[in-house]
Design a protein around this ligand. Structure first.
Ligand code: UGA
Length: 445
């Protein structure tokens, strides 16, 4: 099949590369010429395991190409995917300007029956708006070209996106058109050969499914963070509680890890967008508001613990931070808890030495240049370098190399011996036996 993808962000690039890998001919379109040029040369703008190989191989085998020219790319397309951004507006609602601008452009170029698929996370009713925008352009051109618009939300996770795409839990297809469903079923058949996993529903149902899935996962995390905070008050170890409740199949072990809060481009944005959908209909989504509020407060918890430990005196302290990305396996810093922590430490007068296996370059761009120039924030190249002369070590992102550190070396390198474990990776007794104070999230004192 000929597939065209509009938008070469995480979702667009992974989707394009995976469809190409399954033997389709794929064209990825982006209006950023520099990005397209880089992609043509095999430079992938994001760190995503397995993606660079996939892109290079499929470009070499001429199944994957990149262009800025949507009109040309559309001519041979059987299916056209919209994977452009839907950033949050200041009020939390999703900004649809990119999706609708692309829809109008599609309408201006459409020549033959095409299935237009919305893969961006969008408010309920967007599929209808996309259809109306395309139709408006066809009417203006006074042509009658058949087309369908389908909602096909993406559930991939950064860091394991290629694997998620290749082996999906489910594929949600929101469409009432038999013709479009047939095209979508054929496209996805290779991904579900051994296990039928396609769910058909209405467009609006599919749009809501995407938000509900992310909001449910965010709720689990905020719930567990709340329990962790309660555990601390009554001298209970949340890690035991996690095991105790996760073994109930109705609860399950996934997404009940207490920590420094959830980040990323999806959970914070989608929870707020869903709250906004409620507000637009005079409904106060109080549970979602609490999920969001707990997360904002949770992102401050590591700083509060460090501040208490040093009795408010942080001016002469150097804090080592392990992990900057919002989660392991990515170089993405969007809404990362590390940012809140580092900003708060710097504001309190502390110096910070931070290390991340992949997000160092992104962090150098994200943090203010003057604090980096002055040396108050150093983003270093090696894990143990961050600990040299540090007064405390904070684990913020649980990359694998941080999970089993050499505490003896750390003890030797550090000036003062405090470990703050923002992801509950360490055995408190092992850390204490090595001569450190230990503070996790929701663990016994
Ligand atoms: C999330 C969803 O998991 C995907 O299914 C979805 O497709 C994606 O959003 C999206 O809408 O595009 P992602 O943002 O890549 O994926 O990351 P997650 O693995 O879900 O982690 C999100 C955050 O939650 C991270 O900061 C992580 O550290 C935190 N987390 C996760 C916890 O604090 N505790 C947990 O138990 C699990």
């Amino acid at each position: 099949m000929n597939v065209t993808l509009i938008g070469t962000g995480y979702v667009g690039l992974v989707t394009g590369a995976c469809f190409a890998e399954m033997g389709n001919t794929v064209t990825c379109v982006d209006n950023d010429p520099a990005k397209i040029e880089q992609l043509r040369q095999g430079v992938i703008p994001i760190y995503e395991p397995g993606l660079a190989d996939l892109v290079t191989r499929n470009v070499q085998q001429e199944r994957l190409q990149f262009t800025t020219l949507l009109g040309d790319a559309m001519q041979s397309a059987d299916i056209l995917f919209l994977a452009v951004g839907t950033p949050a507006r200041p009020d939390g609602s999703a900004d649809m300007q990119f999706v609708l601008a692309v829809a109008h452009e599609i309408g201006r170029h459409l020549q033959r029956y095409t299935v237009v698929v919305d893969k961006s996370t969008v408010p309920v009713g967007t599929t209808e708006q996309v259809r109306a925008a395309i139709q408006e352009e066809l009417d203006a051109r006074q042509v009658d070209v058949p087309f369908d618009v389908v909602s096909n939300p993406e559930f991939l996770k950064e860091g394991v996106a290629v694997n998620d795409f290749m082996s999906p839990d489910r594929i949600v297809i929101g469409s009432t058109s038999a013709r479009a469903k047939e095209v979508m079923a054929a496209l996805y058949a290779p991904f579900v050969r051994n296990h039928p996993r396609i769910l058909y529903m209405s467009e609006r149902d599919a749009e809501m499914t995407k938000y509900a899935a992310n909001a449910m996962l965010a709720t689990k995390i905020s719930f567990m963070n709340e329990i962790a905070n309660l555990c601390e008050l009554v001298d209970v170890d949340v890690e035991q509680v996690r095991l105790g409740i996760g073994s109930d199949a109705r609860i399950g072990f996934h997404f009940i890890y207490a920590g420094a809060g959830y980040g990323g481009s999806c959970f914070p944005k989608d929870v707020r967008a869903l709250m906004h959908i409620g507000a637009a209909h005079d409904y106060e989504a109080g549970l979602l508001r609490s999920v969001d509020a707990r997360n904002n407060a949770q992102k401050k918890i590591l700083f509060e613990k460090i501040h208490r430990h040093f009795q408010g005196e942080l001016q002469s302290r150097t804090i080592a931070v392990w992990g900057l990305a919002f989660k392991p396996g990515t170089d993405d810093l969007r809404e990362a808890p590390s940012r809140d922590l580092i900003e708060a430490l710097l504001a309190a007068g502390a110096c910070v030495k931070a290390f991340d296996p992949e997000a160092g370059a992104a962090a150098r761009r994200a943090f203010a240049q003057d604090v980096q120039d002055s040396g108050r924030l150093q983003i270093v190249e090696a894990q143990y370098e961050a600990a040299i002369d540090a007064d405390a070590l904070v684990l913020v992102t649980e990359w694998k190399p941080f999970r089993h550190p050499d505490f003896k070396t750390l003890h030797r390198l550090m000036r003062h011996h405090a470990i703050f474990d923002g992801r509950n990776q360490y055995m408190p007794s092992a850390v204490r036996d090595a001569g450190f104070t230990y503070a996790g999230i929701g663990r016994t004192a």
